[in-house]
Design a protein around this ligand. Structure first.
Ligand code: UT7
Length: 325
C-alpha cells in the first residue's frame, strides 16, 4: 500500500521593513488618535517599505530566512507560490521575480491573488501539489507592500495596514504535516473591501481613492467574525477533532477584537493565540506566515503541536489550514 504523503513545514522566515510608523505619527496625517486605533483595532504601529523597496525585496529576505532555518539549498525548491495583492509588476509574477533572485531555473512559479486569505490559498495549492506527488519542496510566500495602495488621507483605512513578508518551506514527508486545508470565496461582496480600479478597469478620475483600498469596515467586521468561527468548526469536523485538540490559533491579523472573538469561540486562551497585530497591523497575505514564523522562532510552537491557521479578506475569500507541526 502506498504511504500517505504530507506537506511538512521544514522552515519559516519573516521580514518587516525597518521603518516603523506609530499611531502618534498617524495623528499628524489624519483626524485620528492613538487611543481610537488601539481600542478599535489593537494596532500600535506598522512597518512601511522604504522608497524603492518592493514586495519581491521583502519576499526574498523572508524566503532566504526560511531556507536557512530548513538548511536547504534554493536549488532543491521545485515550486514557488507567492500570495500577493501588491505585485512588483503587472507581469512577470512576483513568484518569477523571486525565482530569479534565488538564482534557480525551470521550476514552476506563480502568484496567487486572494488578498488577506492569499497565504492560506497558496498553502492549500502547495499541499495539493505535494500530496499528488507533483512537488517535493515548495516555497510558499505571503508578501505585501500595502502602503503603496493605501490612501494616506483616509482615516478609515490608513491606520489599519502595514508592509511585510512571511515564507514557509514545505517538504513531502511520510510524517504528518498539513492535515487539511479549506478555502472559500463569495464574490458577491466585491465592494465592501476593494480597490476600485486596476490594469483593465481604469480609474474614473485622478482621485487617489480610485487607486487605493476602500472598506466598509463595520460590515466586513461582522461577516469576518461569523465566517472565521464557521470555518474553524468545518476544519475540526473534517479531521474529527475537538476544540481541545488545537494547541495554537495562528489567525490573520486584521483586528485584535476579531482575533479574540474567534479564539473565545474555539475556547482557546489568549496565550494560545499568536498575536502580532499590535506590532505589524494588517499585512494581508503576509500576516499569517509572519505570525507563524514569530511563534516558531521564539519557541512557543513546538514539534508535535496542532495549529489552526485561518484568514478572511477581500473577495470575500476565507480559508483555514490544520497543521501538525
Ligand atoms: O483583512 C481583511 C479583513 N478586514 C477586516 O477584517 C477589518 C474589519 N473591520 C474592522 O476591523 C473595523 O470595522 C474597523 C477597525 C475598520 C473600524 O472599527 P469600528 O468599530 O467598526 O468602527 P466604525 O467603522 O463603526 O466607525 C466608528 C466611528 C465612526 O464615526 P461616527 O460615524 O460614529 O461618528 C468613524 O468615522 O469611528 C470613526 N473612525 C475613526 N475615528 C478615529 C473611523 N476610523 C477612524 C479613525 N480614527 N482612524
Amino acid at each position: 500500500m502506498n504511504q500517505k504523503i504530507y506537506s511538512r513545514i521544514i522552515g519559516t522566515g519573516g521580514y518587516l521593513p525597518e521603518k516603523i510608523l506609530t499611531n502618534l505619527e498617524l495623528e499628524k496625517l489624519v483626524d485620528t488618535s492613538d487611543e481610537w486605533i488601539r481600542e478599535r483595532t489593537g494596532i500600535e504601529q506598522r512597518h512601511i517599505a522604504a522608497e524603492g523597496q518592493t514586495t519581491c525585496d521583502l519576499a526574498e529576505i523572508a524566503s532566504r530566512r526560511a531556507l536557512d532555518m530548513a538548511g536547504v539549498e534554493a536549488s532543491q525548491i521545485d515550486l514557488i507560490i507567492v500570495a500577493t495583492t501588491t505585485p512588483d509588476k503587472i507581469f512577470p509574477s512576483t513568484a518569477c521575480l523571486l525565482q530569479q533572485r534565488l538564482a534557480i531555473h525551470g521550476c514552476p512559479a506563480f502568484d496567487v491573488q486572494a488578498v488577506c486569505s492569499g497565504f492560506i490559498y497558496a498553502l492549500s495549492v502547495a499541499d495539493q501539489f505535494i500530496k499528488t506527488g507533483m512537488s517535493k519542496c515548495v516555497l510558499v510566500v505571503g508578501a505585501e507592500t500595502l502602503s503603496r495602495i493605501t490612501n494616506w488621507q483616509d482615516r478609515n483605512t490608513c491606520v489599519l495596514f502595514g508592509d511585510g513578508a512571511g515564507a514557509v518551506l514545505l517538504q513531502a514527508s511520510e510524517q504528518p504535516g498539513i492535515l487539511s486545508t479549506h478555502i472559500h470565496a463569495d464574490g458577491e461582496f466585491e465592494e465592501l473591501l476593494h480597490v476600485p480600479s486596476g490594469p483593465s478597469k481604469l480609474p474614473k478620475s485622478d482621485d487617489i481613492s480610485e487607486r487605493t483600498m476602500a472598506m466598509k469596515g463595520n460590515e466586513v467586521f461582522k461577516i469576518a467574525v461569523n465566517t472565521l468561527s464557521k470555518i474553524a468548526i468545518e476544519t475540526l469536523e473534517a479531521n474529527q477533532m475537538q476544540k481541545e485538540d488545537v494547541d495554537w490559533l495562528v489567525p490573520h491579523q486584521a483586528n485584535l477584537r476579531i482575533i479574540l472573538a474567534t479564539a473565545k469561540k474555539l475556547k482557546l486562551t489568549d496565550e494560545q493565540t499568536v498575536i502580532t497585530v499590535h506590532k505589524h497591523a494588517n499585512t494581508s497575505s503576509a500576516s499569517v506566515p509572519l505570525a507563524l514564523d514569530e511563534a516558531i522562532r521564539d519557541g512557543r510552537i513546538q514539534r508535535g503541536h496542532t495549529l489552526l491557521l485561518e484568514a478572511f479578506g477581500g473577495g470575500f475569500t476565507w480559508g483555514s489550514a490544520l497543521i501538525k507541526y
